[in-house]
Design a binder for this molecule. Structure first.
Ligand SMILES: C[S@@+](CC[C@H](N)C(=O)[O-])C[C@H]1O[C@@H](n2cnc3c(N)ncnc32)[C@H](O)[C@@H]1O
Length: 206
């Protein structure tokens, strides 16, 4: 483990300014193109079925929410960016099984114990408060519910755009925060989303 990256928090892009307004819309269209592999991976790893209520935290333009809905799940997509949610709604064209809600990981507009799956794809590194975000995930999960976070694998010493994701140290650090939040069976897996190496961190609410 490299000392410099060990010091980087898991939410090292908490102050990223780019998800509002026209810039947010441009990023939203970009995420429509690049989010599919993560969406497929999360749906497989979480074994999403028609029995599930999936909460997609930081849903962006909603690619993963739609993938879960196609498996029959009910889905709530939550994002702080009105630009992202506008694209999500436009692309989804009013599917009744998906609810879009403005909110944050730290203030999830979702009732206690109502979700069987909470996932966060390429977004935890942007959360302002990861401890609070995990407390909220724990609150909204039903007993036996699963949390899944997916982040791009980044290299120690990366700079610029290449830092948007986690090193091995950051993935392990997030796993530790999941255990501290009360989740069990927490594991970190080196995975692939399409050709892209990613980390998946998963855990269960007892
Ligand atoms: C890189 S995009 C990923 C979007 C989507 N999950 C995907 O895979 O296509 C990061 C998303 O996290 C959202 N975000 C930023 N801060 C957040 C927070 N505190 N809570 C929840 N989502 C947040 C952004 O608005 C943005 O839509």
């Amino acid at each position: 483990m490299n000392d410099a990256s060990a010091e980087m928090p898991v939410n090292h892009h908490a102050d990223h300014p780019g998800f509002a307004g026209i810039t947010g819309s441009l990023f939203g269209f970009l995420f429509l193109l690049i989010g599919r592999a993560n969406a497929r991976l999360a749906t497989e790893r979480a074994h999403v079925s028609a029995a599930d209520h999936v909460v997609d935290v930081g849903c962006g333009p909603g690619t993963a929410a739609r993938t879960a809905a196609r498996r029959g799940a009910r889905v709530t997509g939550v994002d702080p960016s009105a630009s992202m949610l506008r694209i999500a709604q436009a692309v989804t064209r009013g599917r009744a099984d998906i609810t879009w809600a403005e909110g944050t990981a730290e203030r999830l507009p979702v009732p206690d114990g109502s979700a069987t799956v909470v996932w966060a794809l390429a977004t935890v590194h942007h959360w302002r408060d990861v401890t609070e975000g995990l407390a909220q995930a724990y609150r909204v999960l039903a007993p036996g519910g699963r949390l899944l976070a997916v982040e791009r694998r980044t290299d120690h010493g990366a700079t610029g755009l290449a830092t948007h994701g986690w090193t091995d140290a950051q993935a392990e650090s997030f796993a530790g925060l999941c255990r501290a939040a009360g989740l069990v069976d927490v594991c970190v897996t080196g995975d692939r989303a399409g050709r892209r190496p990613v980390w998946t961190v998963s855990g269960t609410k007892p």
